[in-house]
Design a protein around this ligand. Structure first.
Ligand code: NCD
Length: 310
C-alpha cells in the first residue's frame, strides 16, 4: 500500500529547504505518506545501505532524535557530524563543512544552523539531499509538516482553519514555515504577541496581526504557542517575563476561554510558566506530545519522497 502511494504522489523536490518551495500537492503528499507509514507494520528497511549525516550546529533535542529514529526505521546508517567535540567548532568555514559532508558520500544531510540560508548554501555543494532542520529565523519545514499532520488528526482537516500563532514571531522559524504552509493550504492565520516581536512584514503572507490575545482565543481552532527565544534577543523587546506571561502567556484563565474543540500546540522546548501554563500544556486539549510523535513519521515520509525524486 505504501509503495503504491509513493508511486502515485506528486513530489519533485530534490532537497527540503523550506515550505516556501513546496506546492500544496507536495505538502499533502508528505501528510498522506506519513499517515500511511503510521499504519505500516513491516517496512523492510527500504533505504538500507545508504547514509544520513546529521549536522546540528545549534542545540536540538526533538528534531535531532526524531530524524535519527526516522532514518534508522528506514534502514539508513546515521552519522553525527554535529560540531560540539568536532573540529567544526574551530573556525571552519561553511564551504569546508559542505565539502566535508560531500566527501563522506551521504544520501541525506540534515542541517541545523544559526545562519538563515546555510542549508541552501550546502545544497549547492552536496550531491545528496539536504534537509533544513532549522536555519536561523528563516524556516523549519519538517516542523510545519508535523504540525499539519497533527492538525489533520486532531481536527480532521488542514484547510479552512483559524490558527493563532502566539509569541515571539520575529525569531521563530517555526512561525515562518507555518505561515508559508497555511498560505498554501488556505488557513486563516493571526499573529499575536508584543509589537516588538511581531514583524509587520509577516502580513505579506496574508496573516492578520494583533497584540490582543484575549480577542483571538474564542475564535481560534488552533492556538500555537511559540517559545520566547531569549537567546536570540537583545534586551528590551518586552517589559519583563512576568508581564509577558500576563499579556501573552496561555495562562490558566485564558485557557478556560478557548473555543470548544480547539487544540493547543507548541513546537517545544516549552518555557512553562512563561508562554504557556502547566494547566494548558498538560490538558487534554494539548497535542504537544502528539506533535513529537508525528515528527518521526513526517521525517520518514520526507526521506522516502526525497529518495524517490533522485
Ligand atoms: C524549535 C526550533 O529549534 O526551531 N524547536 C523545535 O525544533 N521543535 C523552536 C524553538 O527553538 O523554540
Amino acid at each position: 500500500m505504501l509503495s503504491a502511494l509513493l508511486a502515485k504522489v506528486r513530489w519533485t523536490q530534490r532537497h527540503l529547504l523550506g515550505i516556501r518551495d513546496l506546492s500544496r500537492d507536495e505538502i499533502l503528499a508528505v501528510l498522506s505518506v506519513a499517515s500511511a507509514l503510521k499504519q505500516e507494520k513491516d517496512l523492510g528497511a527500504p533505504l538500507k545501505g545508504r547514509r544520513l549525516l546529521a549536522f546540528f550546529s545549534e542545540a536540538s533535542t526533538r528534531t535531532k532524535l526524531s530524524f535519527g529514529i526516522a532514518a534508522r526505521a528506514l534502514g539508513l546508517e546515521v552519522i553525527d557530524l554535529s560540531p560540539s567535540g568536532s573540529s567544526l567548532t574551530k573556525g571552519e568555514t561553511l564551504k569546508d563543512t559542505a565539502l566535508t559532508i560531500e566527501s563522506m558520500g551521504v544520501r541525506f544531510a540534515v542541517v541545523r544552523h544559526s545562519a538563515s540560508g546555510a542549508p541552501h548554501f550546502i545544497s549547492r555543494t552536496v550531491r545528496g539531499a539536504v534537509i533544513n532542520a532549522g536555519d536561523g529565523a528563516n524556516e523549519h519545514p519538517s516542523q510545519a509538516l508535523l504540525d499539519l499532520l497533527t492538525m489533520q488528526e486532531a481536527l480532521g482537516r488542514t484547510s479552512g482553519l483559524k490558527i493563532a500563532l502566539v509569541g515571539d514571531i520575529t525569531h521563530s522559524r517555526v512561525a515562518r514555515s507555518n505561515l508559508w504552509a497555511h498560505a498554501k493550504l488556505g488557513n486563516e492565520v493571526t499573529l499575536v504577541g508584543p509589537p516588538t516581536l511581531v514583524p509587520r512584514e509577516a502580513a505579506a503572507l496574508g496573516a492578520r496581526i494583533t497584540y490582543d490575545l484575549d480577542a483571538v482565543l474564542p475564535e481560534a481552532d488552533v492556538v500555537m504557542m511559540l517559545r520566547l527565544q531569549l537567546e536570540r534577543q537583545q534586551a528590551g523587546l518586552f517589559p519583563s517575563t512576568m508581564e509577558y506571561h500576563r499579556f501573552w502567556g496561555l495562562t490558566r484563565e485564558r485557557f478556560a476561554r478557548l473555543k470548544k474543540g480547539a487544540i493547543v500546540m507548541h513546537p517545544g522546548p516549552m518555557n512553562r510558566g512563561l508562554e504557556i501554563s502547566a494547566e494548558a500544556a498538560d490538558s487534554d486539549r494539548s497535542v504537544i506530545l502528539q506533535q513529537v510523535a508525528n515528527g518521526v513519521f513526517v521525517r520518514m515520509a520526507v526521506l522516502l519522497l526525497l529518495d524517490q525524486a533522485r
